[in-house]
Every structure is written in structure tokens, then in C-alpha cells.
Design a binder for this molecule. Structure first.
Ligand code: P6P
Length: 335
């Protein structure tokens, strides 16, 4: 039995020049996950953290009380250790510079969707936390700038998610594969349960909100039809699985094989998901696990960000399925 803490220390030892700052950030995320896990699991018992907060985030989305709670929990855990110079979140209009002596001298910035899929909370469906970590590009010793956050996904030094489902798992990468840790509440420990995770090259699950089918581009409609009709030709029954929580759909596809799609549509002309704290971290994990992530055609990790909350169309999962969807989209644009 190896704990997350032991794993972090072991991996740090593989980098002789490591200062321990990245390890400290991962430990802060671990603490946040335990606190959020606790409150999600008692949400139904204490009405004070269920429901809407009465505010909207910059996306114009209603903030759930647990969205705000998860956001503040992560900020406090990171500030307490002073390991990051700055923080950006789906729940905050702009980035936060930790303008203290320790913050100014920290090397990393963190971006997060603190509680993805939070509309599922009140109906007891799984949700997740997503995080993405970069080395700052502004001089150490100064407050961070927006440019520290607007880096292409290929520059991430670490990324991961926590899925609060039938069990709570933390899955992350620092660029050398993907490892999953299952939380044991009785011990208060994350235990290495899924070492060296690998996403199957093909799969039988496709995750997309088919209720919006009429709003999709033709190439996406053709891919869905391919999944539905391919059963007849190859007797390979596809299953449509859409949880309404990116982290949960991604996690199943990472284990079983599959594709998650949130395309452009007449409702979301640029796509719905946010590049910096949803697309990039999940794309980094997908590629590290042998999968693929595109905006339909091009690799998400190569997109040069222009805005903190910019949206992208998002196709992520088993390589063969993402490539198949890309072929249908290119067919559409070339016709
Ligand atoms: P829709 C949650 O808000 C989220 O960002 C993803 O986690 C999820 O897959 C998607 O949006 C759900 O969006 O429009 O299908 O309800």
C-alpha cells in the first residue's frame, strides 16, 4: 500500500534539483480534496451548503454554494503553504496574485475548476475538481501577471482531477504517466490504486449531450450516427453515457475507452468548456495516458490562449475515436 504522500516524495527524489514546491502544491490539493470530499458527502444533511449561492460567476452561470466553498477551500490550502504565486478559477472573474513575500517568490501558478459539474450536487450525482499547474514566466520576486496563466497546455508541469463519485479518487500527471489514488476516509489517506493508467485506443462509450443534437455541426451528427450504426456492421454495441460531469465521463473513458465531446453548436458557437482549467488539464492527462484531445481537428495543448475564460470545442478520449470524429469534421469542411 503506497500513499499519495509517499508517492509524491518518491517522485520528487527522481528530480535531484527539485525544491519541493511542486510537491507542496500537490499536498495542498490533496488536503483540499479531503475537505471537499467531506462536505460533498454530507451535503444532503446540512442544507446550508446545498443549493445555489445566489450569485453568478463570470460565465453567467449560477454558482452553487459548494462551488464557492470548493473555490475558497483550494485558495486557503494553497495560500497556507505559500507554494503558488497565483491562482485562477472558473469561479473568479480574474486571477488572484498571492502578493506576499512567499507568494511573490513562488515559482508556480495554478488554475482550477474547483467543482466541475456542480449542478449534479443536489441530485447526488458525481462531480469533480480539475487543476492545472504551470511554472510562471514572469520574474520570481514580482506579483504574477495574466501572461503567467495564458500559456499553451503543452507547457503544463502538472495536471489532474479529483472525482467525487462512488469513491473519491485523485488522478494526476507531472508529465511521466498518469497515476490514480483512491481515498480511504477511515484512514484519511489517498492510496495508489491505479498505477500507470492507460486509456484504451478504442472504446464503446460516447459522451455527448444528444439533447442538443439539432444544434451540432454536420460532422458531429455524422459521428454520432456512425456510433449508432456501426453496431449493425460490426456487432460492437456502442453505449451513450453522459453524466453531465466532464470529470466523471472522462474518468470512465480513461478506464474503459470512449470519447467525450462538447462541440461548437448554435447554443455555444465557441464550445462550452473552458480551455485553461478544463480542456488543457484533461488533454494533458489524456495524452499522458495514450489518448488524444482536440478542438475537433487540432490538439488542444497547442492552442495559444488569449483570454482567461476562453471556451473551446472539446473532443477527448480514445485515440481512434477522436481521430474518427476528426475525419467526419474534416469531411464536412472539405465538402
Ligand atoms: P450540458 C459542467 O457544467 C460541464 O462543464 C461539464 O462538466 C459537463 O460535461 C458539461 O458542462 C455539461 O453541459 O450543457 O450538457 O449540461
Amino acid at each position: 500500500m503506497k500513499t499519495l504522500g509517499e508517492f509524491i516524495v518518491e517522485k520528487q527524489a527522481e528530480y535531484p534539483g527539485a525544491t519541493g514546491e511542486l510537491s507542496g502544491i500537490l499536498s495542498s490539493i490533496r488536503l483540499s480534496a479531503k475537505i471537499i470530499h467531506r462536505d460533498i458527502n454530507r451535503a444532503g444533511l446540512t442544507q446550508d451548503i446545498l443549493g445555489v449561492s445566489g450569485d453568478e460567476n463570470i460565465q453567467g452561470e449560477t454558482q452553487m454554494k459548494l462551488d464557492v466553498f470548493a473555490n475558497e477551500t483550494m485558495k486557503k490550502a494553497l495560500i497556507a503553504r505559500g507554494e503558488v504565486a497565483g491562482f485562477a478559477s472558473e469561479e473568479d472573474d480574474t486571477f488572484v496574485a498571492f502578493d506576499t513575500e512567499r507568494g511573490r517568490n513562488a515559482k508556480y501558478v495554478l488554475l482550477t475548476d474547483p467543482l466541475d459539474g456542480s449542478s449534479n450536487i443536489d441530485v447526488n450525482v458525481s462531480v469533480g475538481t480539475i487543476f492545472s499547474i504551470y511554472k510562471r514566466i514572469s520574474p520570481v520576486g514580482t506579483p504574477v501577471t495574466l501572461e503567467d496563466f495564458l500559456q499553451p497546455g503543452r507547457k503544463q508541469v502538472a495536471a489532474g482531477y479529483v472525482t467525487y463519485g462512488s469513491s473519491t479518487m485523485l488522478v494526476y500527471t507531472t508529465g511521466n504517466g498518469v497515476n490514480g489514488f483512491t481515498y480511504d476516509p477511515s484512514l484519511g489517506l489517498f492510496i495508489l490504486s491505479h498505477p500507470n493508467m492507460s486509456m484504451p485506443k478504442d472504446g464503446k462509450y460516447y459522451s455527448i449531450n444528444e439533447g442538443q443534437y439539432v444544434t451540432f455541426p454536420m460532422g458531429v451528427k455524422k459521428f454520432i450516427k456512425y456510433c449508432q450504426e456501426d453496431d449493425l456492421a460490426t456487432k460492437r454495441p456502442y453505449s451513450s453515457r453522459y453524466i453531465g460531469s466532464l470529470v466523471s465521463d472522462f474518468h470512465r473513458n480513461l478506464l474503459k475507452g470512449g470519447i467525450y465531446i462538447y462541440p461548437t453548436s448554435t447554443v455555444y458557437p465557441k464550445g462550452k468548456l473552458r480551455l485553461l482549467y478544463e480542456g488543457n488539464p484533461m488533454a494533458f492527462l489524456a495524452e499522458q495516458a495514450g489518448g488524444m484531445a482536440t478542438d475537433g481537428v487540432n490538439s488542444v495543448l497547442d492552442i495559444i490562449p488569449t483570454e482567461l475564460h476562453q471556451r473551446i470545442p472539446f473532443f477527448v478520449g480514445s485515440t481512434n475515436m477522436v481521430e474518427k470524429a476528426k475525419a467526419f469534421l474534416l469531411e464536412e469542411t472539405n465538402c
